[in-house]
Design a protein around this ligand. Structure first.
Ligand code: PLP
Length: 389
């Protein structure tokens, strides 16, 4: 009989460079491999398992819905999607939500909103969207075009037209590029995730908002990774006190079931009308029921604990031997180590801690509710690995 690894190599498209580990289960912030070895999970499936693995409240919410109605299509009303939209709007001040199944899909919706907004306001020439160098917005041809990293582009040209990349934190460059005759929207991540866990400066974020307002350009925030409590606020833009026109999110919202959401404010809520966008699985009742249970638990107390844990990690790692810098926000943390990030991550894995990389950094995205003792244990392993030669 073939092992999972052998089967995967034979039958699964080779688009992923996997670690040599098969995960089979776990509980909370501890995941287990096929040999029964346990790991502290500092990656949570790339910021997806916000409350860890096999979380009881989430499993109960999902199971209850699963036993009622697993899918209906969007031809009918269903309660979980409507209630989830209500919660998202009440907690953000946004006015409407479109649901899809992934981050890329949430961003596709945002891009369609920008295109139509620009067209209706200023005509067919106003279709451009400014994004930032080192951004990441997804893997579809259009969200790849939005992604400001050439290495993802070269083999798939031509990409969707109309994306302009400017340097993060450079207001002059943004201002020069943001000609309202041609530019419909600016799309940013408040903390660039895949690009190396770099938080934008408050000056840049607030300056971008001001500029967008003055020129009637939409400000759109990609919260696929930063959203849902990850940075110590429900959404990262709230840390900056801005009011975006469009907010996209996914990853942690579903706690492991696929869901994406594109939120619109009073300016954008009616841009897309009936028949102009859709998704068969969008607002899937099971995924939505799970997401409701996730949002209900991201309250002030939890967000305070995220910020406390963040402070602990920043203090424990900053200036430690073999660690050059610590970046990010909340429990979205990048660690620049003297050793290569890949070596550190591999050795941490051997020592029972799962971490990620982002560019040349070790990236940490633990569950929002990781018990402090486990967090401490994981950080001590990372410190010791980073300090070794
Ligand atoms: C992961 C990610 C995406 C893409 O999400 P998928 O669910 O993989 O399509 C988009 N934007 C950001 C900021 C992300 O981190």
């Amino acid at each position: 009989m073939m092992t999972t690894k052998e089967k995967d190599k034979l039958y699964v498209a080779p688009t992923y460079a996997r670690f040599d580990v098969e995960l089979v289960g776990g509980k909370g912030s501890v995941v287990t491999d096929e040999k029964g070895k346990e790991y502290i999970d500092m990656g949570t499936g790339i910021a997806v398992n916000a409350f860890g693995v096999a979380d009881e409240k989430w499993v109960a919410a999902v199971t209850e819905q699963l036993n009622k109605l697993q899918h209906s299509s969007n031809l009918y009303y269903t309660a979980p999607g409507a209630s989830l939209a209500e919660i998202l709007c009440e907690r953000t001040g946004m006015k409407k939500v479109f649901f899809g199944n992934s981050g890329a899909e949430a961003n596709e919706c945002a891009i369609k909103i920008a295109r139509k907004y620009g067209y209706e306001k200023r005509g067919a020439k106003c279709y451009k969207i400014i994004t930032l160098v080192n951004s990441f917005h997804g893997r579809t041809i259009t969200t790849l075009a939005a992604t400001g990293q050439d290495k993802f582009h070269t083999l798939f040209l031509p990409l969707t037209d109309g994306f302009v990349h400017v340097k993060a934190n450079d207001l002059d460059e943004l201002s020069a590029a943001a000609n309202p005759d041609e530019v419909a929207a600016v799309l940013i991540e408040c903390v660039q995730g895949e690009g190396g866990v770099n938080a934008l400066t408050a000056e840049f974020v607030l300056g971008a908002e001001k500029l967008c307002r003055e020129r009637d350009i939409l400000l759109m925030v990609d919260e696929v990774q930063t959203g849902n409590g990850r940075t110590g606020a429900l959404y990262a833009y709230q840390n900056f006190g801005i009011s975006p026109d469009v907010v996209t999110t996914a990853k942690g919202l579903g706690n492991g079931l696929p869901i994406g959401a594109c939120m619109m404010n009073e300016r954008t809520q009616y841009v897309l009308g009936a028949g102009e966008h859709g998704s068969t699985f969008g607002a899937n009742p099971v995924a939505a029921a799970g997401a409701i249970s996730v949002l209900e638990r991201i309250d002030d107390e939890l967000l305070t604990s995220v910020r406390d844990k963040s402070k602990y990690v920043f203090e424990a790692l900053s200036g430690a031997k073999g660690i050059e810098s610590v970046s990010g926000m909340g429990l979205m943390i990048g660690v620049k180590t003297k050793r290569s990030a890949k070596d550190v991550v591999n050795e941490c894995m051997e020592r029972g801690v799962l971490c990620l990389t982002a560019k040349d950094k070790v990236r940490l995205l633990p569950a929002l509710n990781i018990p402090f003792e486990l967090l401490q244990k994981a950080i001590n392993v990372i410190k010791s690995v980073a300090a070794s030669e």
